[in-house]
Design a protein around this ligand. Structure first.
Ligand code: WTA
Length: 656
């Protein structure tokens, strides 16, 4: 099936013509950071555009070269030297802005703390000195597995201060997932907390690390933040408390200037195979991209209070909670918990308390708020808000309108921002104050970014048509490859179409050049904005002793975008049962992390395969979504389809 047909079969409703248009309000236009000329500037000479933005950073050694493009490997500003923590902290303090709040921290249990740039710099210096005292130095890699507490950005910035790279692992991941990531990236230290808070319960982070460290002999040191204070095992000689380590450390720490192309971080993301990809980002180009997009897309000003609700464990948190905002000297909110603890109005309570002006969240959250009802936002004064953002998956027009009307009071522009772990920065987005928005469209490329929509043959699709989204020119925050696997980097992103970066999303472009994203076109699911690979969940299922084979697909879900739907074939003569289904779901949770546990699980005696033995995922998706089936003539044994359909129907009835 062509990508065009796939998009048709999957997203018919999105093809309805969207007539609503929202031009930027004149008051917003008058004060906006981005003016229309920014597009002209970037279209004229895009390298000069990015170089001018890069020169707004502080370089200990200015660059003279802008882009070296040895396709598919980019080097930006490569002969320059800088330090990220200096750009994010010292620079603001020196400019007399040290008393500005960097983060309003709000713990899930309600503990609060305002951290100024002065304080953040002090904590980063102390901890950077502590890392050095542990023997960690430039070129090393450090894994970070922390909840959303102030120590998380502190740890990241401390790594940058001494030239070490970090690899942040989302706190929802299981010990196995920690082992895979830490081992692949060769991290020598692990930073964690005793426990995290989630919906009033504690999450055993240190215990997960203990289980992982049994299989990670190269991790010589584990630094533990005391968050809840509940007892944990501390291995002498290996485990040290954060607070003890920083005690007596000097309040200043000489920053290590690094090359612009020095590795800043590795962040793992799911691909189409079971092995996650360690996406590499470097220093100068990444910071330029993150800070520039943050400034223009979110229109941040000195008196703004900006809140991105993502987890720092994902790229959104890296670029738009830590690096972009701090580089711009922004005041932000850092919230540790979930939106429904202690009640479903927690987000709105936070907006009201800190008078949040800019809110950046995900469609899955917005749809959940819609389900909970307007009474929760209605309880709070949200009049401080002036701009709303969305990220993580396509936002359906209904959710967009609800966000605009109920949360934004009809007055706030919405920026629907399309980008990826790999792109490092927002790529397609409205610029508030410039762009006329349409519910459901991410609208236009960011200045200096050159995407296209192409068909199977790599030809530009005419206006109105759909196809693959690709990027035609390098951009400063682009990934520099996959850790340890240049071949996979080339194969995944650069082999389908020559000279184009393949993002893996389907997209349509309307006659006005607005982009409408349609979701992934590969075997990657997007559940609540989390990228999860079908094969990763399949191998987790198969690792259970009762399972012979498994096939996993993403099924459309009104709330989470997609939901994981698994088809399982048991070993021997075993028959499926409700308890076994529960056990298998839990097993996946243990293997990969609870957020990857299948919502639907159907037992079957056979999986639909092509004659060449390939699992027919499209067919499974159709079955799972209860659709009439397309062509099944390539099936090896078509009788199993009826069986699967009736099983899936039963399964769905149970769910309801
Ligand atoms: C999807 C998150 C439509 C897309 C920043 C992409 C989106 C994947 C949007 C990257 C959006 C993200 N509209 N789809 N505004 N934002 N996506 O790496 O499928 O976690 O490829 O980065 O999320 O997810 P990742």
């Amino acid at each position: 099936m062509s990508v065009e047909e796939q998009l048709h079969s999957r997203h018919i409703e999105a093809l309805q013509v969207e007539e609503r248009r929202f031009p930027p309000p004149p008051e917003f236009v008058a004060q906006a950071n981005a003016k229309p000329e920014v597009y002209e500037e970037a279209n004229g000479d895009y390298e000069a555009f990015w170089a001018a933005r890069a020169r707004e950073l502080e370089w200990s050694k200015p660059f003279t070269r802008v882009l070296e493009w040895n396709e598919p490997f980019a080097r930006w500003f490569a002969d320059g030297e800088l330090n990220i923590s200096v750009n994010c902290l010292d620079r603001h303090v020196r400019a007399g802005r040290g008393e500005r709040v960097a983060y309003y921290f709000e713990g899930e249990p309600g503990d609060r703390r305002a951290v100024t740039y002065n304080e953040l710099l002090l904590e980063v210096c102390r901890f950077a000195n502590a890392l050095r005292a542990q023997g960690i130095k430039r070129g090393d890699r450090v894994a970070i597995y922390l909840p959303m507490i102030v120590e998380l950005p502190v740890a990241m910035l401390a790594c940058t201060r001494i030239g070490a790279a970090h690899s942040v692992i989302f706190g929802g991941f299981s010990p196995d997932a920690i082992v895979d990531r830490v081992t692949d990236s060769g991290c020598i230290a692990l930073i964690t907390a005793d426990f995290g808070w989630r919906r009033g319960k504690t999450v055993p982070l240190k215990e997960n690390c203990d289980a992982a460290m049994e299989r990670m002999p190269d991790v010589k040191c584990c630094i533990v933040v005391k968050r809840t204070g509940d007892p944990v095992n501390m291995e002498p000689g290996r485990d040290v408390w954060w607070h003890e380590l920083i005690e007596g450390q000097p309040a200043t720490c000489e920053p290590e200037p690094v090359d612009a192309e020095n590795l800043l971080f590795i962040l793992y993301t799911s691909g189409t195979t079971a092995k996650p990809k360690g996406i590499k980002h470097t220093t100068g180009g990444y910071l330029t991209g993150a800070a520039t997009t943050h400034k223009y897309v979110f229109d941040v000003k000195d008196d703004d209070v900006y809140w991105c609700t993502a987890d720092i464990g994902w790229v959104t948190g890296h670029s738009y909670i830590v690096y972009g905002p701090l580089c711009n000297g922004t005041t932000g909110v850092l919230y540790e918990g979930t939106p429904d603890h202690p009640d479903k109005d927690r987000f709105w309570e936070i907006v009201e308390r800190y008078k949040v002006t800019i809110l950046y969240t995900a469609p899955t959250a917005i749809r959940t708020f819609m389900k909970w009802g307007t009474e929760y936002p209605g309880k709070h004064d949200l009049s401080s808000l002036r701009l709303l953002g969305s990220v993580g998956e396509p936002i359906n027009p209904e959710a967009w309108m609800w966000y605009r009307d109920v949360i934004g009071g009809g007055r706030c522009p919405i920026v629907d921002t399309w980008w990826q772990t790999e792109t490092g920065m927002i790529m397609i987005t409205p610029l508030p104050g410039v762009t006329t928005t349409l519910p459901g469209s991410a609208t236009q490329p960011f200045p200096g970014v050159f995407p296209d929509v192409v068909d199977e043959a790599g030809q530009t699709v005419p206006p109105g048509g759909g196809g693959y989204i690709v990027i035609r020119k390098p951009w400063p925050a682009m990934l520099r490859g996959i850790w340890g696997d240049d071949e996979r980097y080339k194969e995944t992103y650069w082999s389908k179409f020559p000279h184009m970066y393949l993002a893996g999303d389907g997209c349509r472009r309307d006659k006005d050049g607005n982009y409408w994203f349609m979701g992934r076109i590969d075997d990657v699911m997007n559940v609540s904005g989390h990228r999860i690979s079908t094969t990763e969940v399949e191998s987790a299922l198969v690792s259970h002793p009762a399972v012979a084979e498994a096939a996993v697909v993403g099924r459309s879900d009104a709330m989470t975008g997609q939901a994981i739907s698994a088809f399982v074939l048991l070993k021997g003569a075993q028959v499926g049962s409700e308890p076994l289904a529960l056990e298998l779901r839990a097993h996946v949770g243990v293997k990969l992390g609870k957020f990857t546990s299948p919502k639907y699980l159907t037992f079957t005696s056979e999986l639909p395969k092509t004659r060449s033995g390939k699992i027919m995922r499209r067919l499974l998706r159709d079955i799972s979504e209860g659709r009439t089936l397309g062509d099944t003539t390539t099936l090896a044994d078509s009788s199993i389809v009826a069986e699967l359909q009736s099983r899936a129907r039963e399964e769905a009835q149970k769910e309801e």
